[in-house]
Design a protein around this ligand. Structure first.
Ligand SMILES: [Zn+2]
Length: 86
């Protein structure tokens, strides 16, 4: 019964393939989850262009140039930077 053996082989191969695929999906999902845990929700720190102080992006004053973005700890330092540029 060559045909029966062939069908059994195909069935076993198919089940094995599905199990491997299932396993890989589970592993990759788990990796994604652990990656999320690894990256903490932290405030992004930026550096004042004038005094080199690091402060949270939310508290910093930004100035957008044509090709760059600058950050300052106070409006005064932003002014200083603008005056230096011109
Ligand atoms: Zn500053």
């Amino acid at each position: 019964m060559g045909l029966f053996r062939l069908l059994t082989f195909i069935l076993v191969a198919f089940i094995a393939w599905r199990m491997i695929k299932n396993y890989q999906t589970k592993v990759s999902t788990r990796e994604n989850e652990s990656e999320k845990v690894k990256i903490p929700v932290r405030e992004k720190m930026v550096k004042c262009e004038i005094c080199d102080i690091h402060l949270p992006k939310e508290e910093a004053i930004s100035f957008k140039d044509a090709d760059a973005e600058y950050w300052f700890c106070t409006p005064e330092h932003k002014e200083t930077f603008n005056q230096q540029g011109s």
